[in-house]
Design a binder for this molecule. Structure first.
Ligand code: TRP
Length: 382
């Protein structure tokens, strides 16, 4: 029977319940990424990507149009972002890995928005010092993936406001309060920062066009919960004479707890990028799986990888090889491999991944300013 807690809620600020991705596509009015579109992306990018193969990125707006423009020689820029509300975990990194691939294959600029204003307004507990600290720490995690300063621009909403404000002002004039209430479900008790915030998130879809004085297509990789923002942004784009931003949207990356939840309030539910090996190992060993209550039963009946958080980690990051993944799945379903043994495959991979990441962090941690979008102030042609 449907539990009340199963009811699906997906807004930019709350994701809850059992997620039905087909229904989200319908509700939001986005398009599915079908086989034909995947193949077109591969052709233009010159390479496949496992996140498309495995439908982690599954939905889009206007990708066909974006690729038409690209093939005509009209290059796009990439825009994505992060709300710095806490430390970065493996789930956050997954779409950034894809973003890096897009940037590399399409040789294009990335604008990365760090929405410290948003997190300050929407999160009662966070102080201004907290959001500044997380902005810097989160930026280090992004940069540790290996971006180049020539093509990568970190936008700090609070510190870089002079770069953004004029566009935000123009956007805000085109969005009524009733639209904002209808799209985002804002209540009267909300602080007015939150009501203004969608203007800030729209700005970066137009920033490049504004700086260069040339209308430029923009592609936004993001989790599908951000789509309400792009509905508003696309509407405003028309009114301000910019291209509507295209988007490519991913599923939520599950955590280690039951139902795949990953939450900052439960530190055991996610592996953070700065976790020490001992703690990361403990988290994996405690992870929720699709196993049976006894070993005997599991040998006899097999387990269920469909609900297993360990298997999801394999699927999304740690087992890129399809044959190996199929093999793990078969051994799981048949009861040939028990959960403890299976977790032993994941542990060293997670530890290796974290170790590399943490040493890359050390290398970039004093270079964050080189990536600052504030250097664009000199480029503006308005
Ligand atoms: N609102 C997003 C968050 O809370 C951050 C964000 C800003 C973003 N701009 C974006 C995410 C563009 C994806 C794409 O995390």
């Amino acid at each position: 029977m449907a539990d009340k807690n199963d009811e699906m809620i997906v807004t930019p600020w709350e994701v809850r319940g059992k997620i039905d991705y087909d229904r989200l596509i319908e509700l939001f009015g986005t398009q599915r990424i079908d086989q034909k579109l995947k193949e077109r992306i591969y052709r233009v990018a010159g390479e496949k990507h496992m996140y498309l193969e495995r439908d982690l990125f599954f939905s889009h707006r206007d990708l066909d149009w974006l690729l038409d423009e690209y093939e005509k020689g009209d290059k796009f820029v990439i825009y994505t972002g992060r709300g710095p509300s806490g430390p970065v975990h493996i789930g956050h990194i997954v779409p950034w890995i894809f973003t890096k691939w897009l940037q590399k294959r399409f040789k294009t600029r990335l604008y990365f928005q760090l929405t410290n204003d948003e997190k300050f307004w929407f999160n009662e507990e966070l102080t201004i010092e907290d959001v500044h600290r997380f902005t810097r720490e989160n930026a280090i995690d992004l940069l540790a993936l290996g971006f180049e300063p020539e093509n990568t621009f970190l936008v700090d909403d609070i510190k870089d406001i002079s770069l953004l404000y004029e566009i935000a002002v123009r956007v805000a004039k085109k969005v009524t309060f009733s639209t904002a209430k209808a799209v985002f479900g804002f209540e009267n008790s909300m602080n007015i920062g939150g009501i203004w915030y969608p203007a800030m998130q729209a700005v970066l879809a137009f920033l490049h066009s504004e700086i260069t004085g040339t209308n430029t297509p923009c592609l936004i990789p993001c989790a599908i919960d951000q789509d309400p923002h792009w509905r508003v942004t696309r509407d405003v784009a028309d009114k301000l004479g910019y291209y509507k931003p295209a988007s490519i949207q991913n599923r939520f990356v599950p955590g280690l707890a039951e139902g795949g939840k990953m939450s900052a309030s439960d530190p055991m539910s996610a592996i953070f990028m700065t976790d020490k090996p001992k703690l990361a190992k403990k988290k994996v060993m405690n992870a929720f799986t699709g196993g049976r209550s006894t070993a005997e039963e599991q040998r006899r009946l097999g387990a269920n990888p469909d609900i297993c958080s360990v298997f999801k980690y394999y699927n999304f990051i740690f087992v890129p090889d399809n044959k190996e993944l199929a093999d793990i799945e078969r051994k799981c379903r048949s009861g040939e491999m028990l959960c403890g043994e299976c977790k032993q495959i994941l542990v060293p991979r997670v530890l290796d991944f974290l170790e590399r990441h943490q040493s890359a962090r050390e290398e970039v941690k004093d270079r964050v300013d080189e990536f600052s979008a504030s250097r664009l102030m000199d480029e503006i042609k308005r």
